[in-house]
Design a protein around this ligand. Structure first.
Ligand SMILES: Cc1cc2nc3c(=O)[nH]c(=O)nc-3n(C[C@H](O)[C@H](O)[C@H](O)COP(=O)(O)O)c2cc1C
Length: 170
């Protein structure tokens, strides 16, 4: 599939079938995250594959946007490893984690899997369950699975600004 077709056809899947994700497909998705670029190649991402009953209970306590998938990826970054921008004083960790998450999401779509990027979550249950030290910052959750036969994109998927609203040629 061409990149433009993948970019256009990927959508936030919020209804899943009961079919399990094959370990090889999960491995491919994770490999796509490993290949993502990060600032100064620091690779501060830390990804937790949540699939045990206890892990999924923590997910459900953390967010209503879990879509009942038996597999959820939690993408974090390690503050101590992330590049610090000397001009702004800001850590690049969140940007790096976002790039990694985008790779995971697009790789999943290319394999016929569905995800939704979930930013609306309470971090505490996950911090407690994963025993995350203070420097490991959760950024995104990705419930992962096969889309249900009747899954459809939300109207927001078709709603994008025109390039004239977001791009300026100077
Ligand atoms: C940073 C970020 C956070 C998001 N958080 C949530 C969320 O908590 N719950 C949810 O249902 N969708 C969430 N989404 C999905 C967006 O609503 C969705 O990507 C957007 O409406 C466009 O729709 P599409 O992905 O189907 O193209 C999030 C997306 C991004 C990029």
């Amino acid at each position: 599939m061409s990149f433009m077709k993948l970019a256009a056809e990927r959508y936030s899947v919020r209804k899943f079938s009961s079919r399990s994700v094959e370990p090889e497909k999960l491995a491919t998705v994770l490999e796509a995250g490993r290949l993502a670029p990060t600032a100064a190649n620091k690779q501060p991402q830390r990804i937790f594959v949540l699939q045990s009953e206890a892990a999924l209970a923590a997910v459900r306590e953390s967010t209503k946007f879990h879509f009942s998938t038996p597999l959820v990826l939690l993408v974090c970054y390690d503050e101590a490893k992330a590049w610090q921008n000397p001009f702004t004083g800001r850590s690049s960790g969140e940007v790096d984690a976002a790039i990694v998450t985008t790779h995971l999401m697009l790789a999943a779509a290319s394999l016929g899997l569905g995800t939704t990027w979930v930013g609306y979550f309470k971090p505490e249950p996950l911090i407690e369950f994963c025993k995350l030290p203070a420097g490991i910052k959760p950024v995104a959750m990705l419930p992962l699975g096969y889309p249900a036969a009747d899954a459809t994109p939300s109207p927001m998927h078709g709603s994008r600004e025109a390039l004239t609203a977001t791009v300026k040629y100077l």
